[in-house]
Write a protein that binds this ligand. Structure first.
Ligand SMILES: Cc1cc2nc3c(=O)[nH]c(=O)nc-3n(C[C@H](O)[C@H](O)[C@H](O)COP(=O)(O)OP(=O)(O)OC[C@H]3O[C@@H](n4cnc5c(N)ncnc54)[C@H](O)[C@@H]3O)c2cc1C
Length: 400
């Protein structure tokens, strides 16, 4: 196996595999390194905004995506206590796919990875990038497979797409902060036979957390949420003996009517998954000469917005069009900041409204009177905004 590539990509989530597809399409020799075996379930709400469907087509997985994904998401609802306020989700203009839909990450990430493989990317999986260093103009990555075998691979371009929830090999990482009450833990579970009205995307607001539910592939419901450490701790003390995920489900069912009704008679498929603490914030899109970050590694929005997949895919396009020389107007870091920093700030505002009972109480009368504010909120959050022109891009990324 070759040990020298044009680009090494660390992590085959949506961001990393999107980069691998685009660079392989442009004729680059690419190595994509992923520590987990696929398919794998992942903590995620799994909603894919309408703004990404063009990108998914451009990546060559559109047909397979449409065959698997859940029904179009046409309405959003704000759900707190016994209240549920609904409004239409904004539609993407000028397309046959005006609404987003949901697809399990075990499917989406596998489709993208297999597409990268098909285009000639070298896939090292399961294999973890253990350390990176620089030698002249080459980045050297030491990878380790599950049997403990080490392999050093080199490339002029190194792309950090390892997400933000696991410690990685990069120096510019979230330092290990001491635990604090406001730390957020993220949970996800899938259910069959759930009773969610078709095409609705409920956003769940409760003291100390927020979440969402969606009907995805194979009729499975995804329930995902974030909860503060202090709230989780107090709740689990009141309910000893319950595993964390089960305690979270009990809390959601007790506090939010729509969760109770949706899960009545539902059957959980697979285990609860959890990660955390998650630290939504702007990180850095360019690390050093020839070293870039995409997806959560570059910056992470509070998941209440359900825009992490969009930001991961779109940041990959922003980077690869520049690496392959088809866009030179602004550098990647500037373009990234312009495109995503406002979304990250807005998501933080929404998250705090949802988590703080007083803010939530203040917002409910406004939403009752003007439910259209929800549609505006979704539009501002990026649901129908794509920062790259997928149609133009598909054919223009070529080797410099
Ligand atoms: C509760 C919750 C709900 C969410 N809901 C939604 C939603 O509905 N819609 C949406 O768009 N977004 C949602 N998100 C956000 C979304 O999940 C993330 O933003 C998205 O997964 C980021 O993609 P990524 O490719 O940057 O990173 P990831 O998807 O995290 O992928 C990183 C990959 O890198 C691999 N990796 C890590 N370290 C190494 C290493 N050292 N070597 C090799 N490989 C490595 C990992 O195994 C992983 O496969 C949600 C997030 C949470 C927490």
């Amino acid at each position: 196996m070759s040990t020298r590539y044009d680009a090494v990509i660390v992590g085959a989530g949506v961001a990393g595999s999107t980069c691998a597809i685009l660079l392989a399409q442009a004729g680059w020799a690419v190595a994509l390194v992923e520590k987990q075996a696929f398919p794998r379930r992942k903590v995620c709400g799994e909603c894919i905004a309408a703004s990404n469907l063009g990108l998914i087509n451009a990546l060559g997985i559109g047909e397979k995506f449409r065959a698997l994904a859940g029904t179009p998401l046409r309405r959003v609802a704000w759900c707190a206590g016994d209240t549920m306020i609904e409004a239409p989700l904004p539609q993407l203009a000028g397309t046959q796919q005006p609404w987003g839909s949901a697809l399990g990450r075990e499917h989406l990430d596998t489709l993208l990875l297999e597409r990268a493989r098909e285009l000639g990317a070298t896939i090292l999986q399961p294999c973890s990038v253990h350390s990176v260093d620089q030698f002249e103009d080459q980045h050297r990555c030491t990878t380790i497979d599950p049997a403990g075998n080490a392999l050093v691979i080199e490339a002029g371009v190194l792309i950090d797409a390892h997400g933000s929830w696991q410690r990685g090999p990069f120096t510019d990482q979230d330092s290990s902060r001491p635990p604090c009450a406001s730390d957020l833990f993220a949970f996800k579970a899938n259910y069959s036979s759930a009773q969610l009205p078709e095409g609705v995307l409920p956003v769940l607001a409760f003291a100390g957390g927020y979440g969402g539910m969606v009907q995805g592939d194979h009729g499975l419901l995804t329930l995902a949420c974030c909860i503060r450490r202090d709230r989780l701790h107090r709740w689990r003390k009141k309910h000893p003996g319950l595993a964390a995920g089960e305690a979270v489900q009990k809390l959601l069912e007790q506090e939010i009517r729509v969760v109770r009704e949706t899960l009545r008679g539902a059957h959980r498929e697979g285990a609860w998954l959890a990660v955390g603490p998650i630290r939504p914030r702007i990180r850095s899109a360019r690390r050093a000469a020839g070293m870039f970050a995409v997806g959560n590694a570059a910056g992470e929005a509070h998941p209440i917005l359900g825009e992490g997949i969009s930001m991961a895919m779109q940041s990959a396009f922003l980077l690869c069009e520049r690496l392959a020389g088809s866009s030179t107007t602004t550098d990647y870091a500037t373009a990234w900041h312009r495109a995503f920093a406002p979304r990250i700030r807005l998501a933080s505002l929404y998250a705090h409204i949802a988590m703080h009972p007083m803010a939530n109480r203040a917002v409910l009368p406004l939403l009752r009177r003007w439910p259209g504010l929800l549609s505006i909120g979704a539009r501002l959050g990026g649901k129908v905004r794509c920062v790259v022109d997928a149609g133009k891009l598909a054919g223009t990324i070529t080797r410099e």
